[in-house]
Design a binder for this molecule. Sequence first.
Ligand SMILES: [Zn+2]
Length: 389
Amino acid sequence: MKISATGRPRIDWQAERERIDLAAVGTRLLGPASGRRGESGRKLWWCCPFHEDRNPSFCIDPGKAWWKCFGCGESGDAASLVMRLESITFPEAVAYLTGGPEATRARGPRKAPVNTPPKPPPEPSGLPEADALALVEDAAARLWTPEGADALAYLTGPERCLSLASIKAARLGWTPRADGVAWKPPGVVIPWYVGPRLALVKVRPPEAWRERFPKERRPPKYLEAFRDPARLVCYPDPATIRPGRPLMVTEGEFDALALGEALGELAAVVTLGSASAEPSPAIIGRFLAANPWFVATDADPAGDKAAAKWDAYPRARRVRPPAPYKDWTEARQAGVNVVRWWRDILNGNPSPELFTDDEAAGWRWGPSVDEESPGIFVVTEARNGRENQ
Ligand SMILES: [Zn+2]
């Protein structure tokens, strides 16, 4: 190391660059590499931080000193990556990478306006991400073996009405025992994605398994195996949302899948996971591309409460189950073809916008919480216990 005219040690970056473990730098800045579909070599892949990237195209070849994005064409070395991601100067970046005098400063939080101290995002919880990914992969494979037959029958049965294609696309799975999750439950594994990365992993144990526990310490209907609050938006993936198209928000994952498949291009269907989930600013931010929003909640006090959370948003419209049914399950059990009902409504609208508020009011939508007239029905987690294997 040389000493510069200012008395600071001078670093020969050309030489240092070859010694830096770029893969480690990438992991530190971008999190664990998520991999890329169809790539199984040693290269590490991330969603590119410099462009909207669904299938990771930001690549680091371990041992090499340069990174490249095959999506937007950006490339550089460790210093340029740190400079851009941390908004710091070249000397600061070099110091960050080599532990030099500027390192402390460079390692601080990203620069932000003085009055808005950056709030660190909540930490991921549950299994380590790699273990959660392994659980999802293992369960997705098991579902299609004899061991997963009961779970598959449940998912394709009259209650859930999921097609094999939907089940595969959603990477639903079956685990005989989710190690590392509270109660180590068996159950259907439900991964939430943001592109190729996991945001949440839930396990839904069979009702018979839950009922073996005394009532006062019975495990919940859904157990969480993994959660990354920084990525969490909606199920199955925020990419489901289509700009300018209607968006339907159901109470549960299985409804979102079944309806989403049935409605195809007519409308995107997502869920926040439960009636009690809050529409956070991050969620609203993603939803704003779509218009209008149909909030399909149950005709019960929980559904009313859930619907009230959307009152602040003019483009949100509550859709009530048609009387006398309280939810999708009841309606389905009564023989109502729920999917056809939705499709009829969506297909019958002559407006290119598909749904305006005026049109919706003229149809069978219930405009308010207190409205008693028919609307739409949806299943709720609170009542899907009776059908399990
Ligand atoms: Zn890129």
